[in-house]
Design a protein around this ligand. Sequence first.
Ligand code: HEM
Length: 467
Amino acid sequence: KNFPPGPRPIPVLGNLLELSLESPLADLERLAKRYGNVYSLFMGPRPAVVINGLQALKEALVDKSADFSGRPQDLMVNRAVQVKDHAPGVILADNTPGWRDHRRFGLMTLRDLGLGKQTMEQRILGEIECVTKILGEKAGKATDPQLLFHNAASNIMCQILFAKKFDYDDEFMKFSVGLMHETSKIINGRWGMIYDYVPIVRKLPLPFRRAFELFKMSHDKRMEMLAENKKTRVPGKPRHFIDCYLDELDKRGNDGSSFSEDQLCALLLDLHFAGTDTTANSVLTAFLYLMNYPEAQERCQQEIDKVLDGKDQASFEDRHQMPYTQAVIHEIQRLADTVPLAVFHCTSKDTELMGYSIPRGTIIIPNLSSVMFEEGQWKSPREFNPENFLNEQGEFVKPDAFLPFSTGPRKCLGEALARMELFLFVVTLLRKFKFIWPEDAGEPDYIPVFGTTQTPKPYRMKVQLRG
Ligand code: HEM
């Protein structure tokens, strides 16, 4: 009763046929025009509510966050990622004390390991140096940067999690980056949708099984790494995230908390996965736009050259002197729309939103994409225009509708790290190279491949050393 309106579901499939299996974003927009900013959809037999626009999203995720911060527990991604029932990690954990404790621990540990300080900046800059070297060797030629940026983002996470920096052709590196690529394709593709919408097929030997196998292999590898790490660990002297967690386990003893070695393994996967694919795809989108808006690229370079004159390296602090570059990076992140539907939420109790009643256990789809392109929130909602982030005085301003990391208690745990990485990647590489769209590449295609994390279609870039 008083449930949000939506298209009529059909038996078994719910509203599956309303949505394109390639990308549902245009269909979700069409449905919002028809039913309003809060509407319902049936994922097979399960009711879901799609939330569009800044006002409705803020009411749900911020004002009523206690009601809207759960996570659904029976989707394909839960089955794939959660190798042990009692260890849900943090991203997919429901709104429980275990999630809150692990989220707090994750944030605190990232800070202890140097986030917001020079230590983290040096780790990131060290990795960018490897990227610079590889790009330098390709100067004058056109190259596909997809794997390079994924390897670099993955290595930054590996240094935080295990204090290890891998060669880009190391077996663990290839397995990890390959796992993200292959499993994302299965979970985000038609088999993922069919698994979620049509529960009766779940036991059948269909292609989604491959994702389960891959995550199991990845769990076993992390368990091996944990065992290896214990041989050299000195309690109380943490070198990385694993050591910090083991120290926390020692401190807690058998206090009945949710901390455990299985949970540590789940958390390592969460952070490695969430911290690689998102950052790498944002950096990829950045260079796609910078090549195709050469005047914006040049203006950033002039600003960067001026602010960094006489300095060896960029620092995140320099952003305050670079309003135009900041505006360009934010504008690219807006258009990249990297995590368009956030991670699905779930209501933890019967609640209300914009006058509708929503029962406990309803899947909530926060349509972040709808806010990034919302009419009335941006000077140019659909086009690349750094002015979206500049005021009349040319100062950098961040509109409320800029929500690539979502909002409320579930918002991205790695936001501070991701912002630092994006800034340092773009500034360091633009300082060193000019990026050129190859003459034979045709018209650029800005429409990303849909997924929990969206990725630009493969492209090549030509790099030229700047004088
Ligand atoms: C440009 C890069 C990134 C973007 C756009 C991004 C975006 C997001 C979004 C939209 C969510 C879902 C929020 C929600 O459910 O409402 C999320 C969650 C999360 N992100 Fe990120 N993220 C990025 C980088 C990172 C990095 C570098 C890390 C690792 C340190 C990370 C770790 C996480 C975790 C652990 C969560 C789950 C939080 C929770 O459920 O409490 N992310 N991110």
